[in-house]
Write a protein that binds this ligand. Structure first.
Ligand code: SAM
Length: 220
């Protein structure tokens, strides 16, 4: 019952706040038709990522976890002129679909999709001297602790850090969970507890995607 209410409220806000965007809608349709899991951010959350990117006047965005490029395109809309989004994806099929979607949306020059396990592609960014104003962690949650370490290495001063799916229906507080994603998430939270370089908060969300949440922080 709650879920259908959350859905209806999302639809209402979408109607009020999200002007019809044929390209973004088409991407969600393409992803579904291609059989991708429907785990992209919800539309209103995509707009939140876009707004945060604009508020930050971000020039360089790093995304870990591309899927079909839905959130990558929201970031691409939010970066400053000549800004850039680098997005990391391990699954070759996901990456190919994302590249097509990104090209169709007109952001081929803005978004670079790097294929490979992020654990292997992140060091190449450091070697290339890249650094970022916004870092979005949204891949395999068991690796969140490693992604946080990388975020600290690749962040510009004052960079915004965002991590998705930190609530997972409340499972985050299950310390005995045998799900390695939950353990990864909990280790990530332990790191934030002790990490002096990051000031952060967490927000629980309900939406068309269910009950979940984000961590949002600033890297000193
Ligand atoms: N950010 C996307 C959006 O909102 O549209 C959703 C990303 S989806 C939740 C997670 C993606 O991370 C999947 O496409 C998955 O293949 C990818 N992934 C999982 N493990 C990965 C890894 N080790 N390195 C890079 N990508 C990975």
């Amino acid at each position: 019952k709650n879920h259908s209410l959350w859905n209806n409220v999302d639809e209402y806000f979408e109607e009020k706040l999200l002007p019809e965007d044929k390209i973004l809608n088409q991407i969600l349709e393409n992803n579904q038709a291609a059989g991708l899991p429907q785990i992209d951010v919800a539309p209103l959350q995509g707009k939140l990522l876009y707004l945060l990117t604009k508020m930050k006047s971000a020039r360089q965005v790093l995304e870990i976890g591309t899927l079909g490029g839905y959130s990558s395109i929201w970031f691409a809309k939010g970066v400053t002129q000549n800004g850039k989004v680098v997005t990391l994806e391990a699954n070759q099929t996901h990456a190919e679909i994302a590249r097509k979607n990104i090209e169709n949306a007109g952001f081929k020059q803005t978004v670079q999709v790097l294929v490979g396990n992020a654990i292997d592609t992140l060091p190449t960014l450091e070697n290339a001297g890249e650094s970022f104003d916004v870092i979005f962690i949204d891949a395999d949650k068991q690796n969140n602790p490693k992604y946080l370490e990388w975020a600290l290495r690749l962040a510009n001063e004052g960079a915004l850090l965002i991590a998705d799916n930190v609530v997972r229906n409340g499972e985050v507080i299950d310390q005995k969970s045998e799900d390695e994603r939950i353990q990864g998430l909990r280790e990530f939270m332990n790191m934030l507890e002790n990490e002096e370089r990051i000031e952060s908060t967490a927000i629980q969300t309900v939406s068309s995607k269910g009950y979940d949440g984000f961590v949002i922080g600033i890297v000193k």
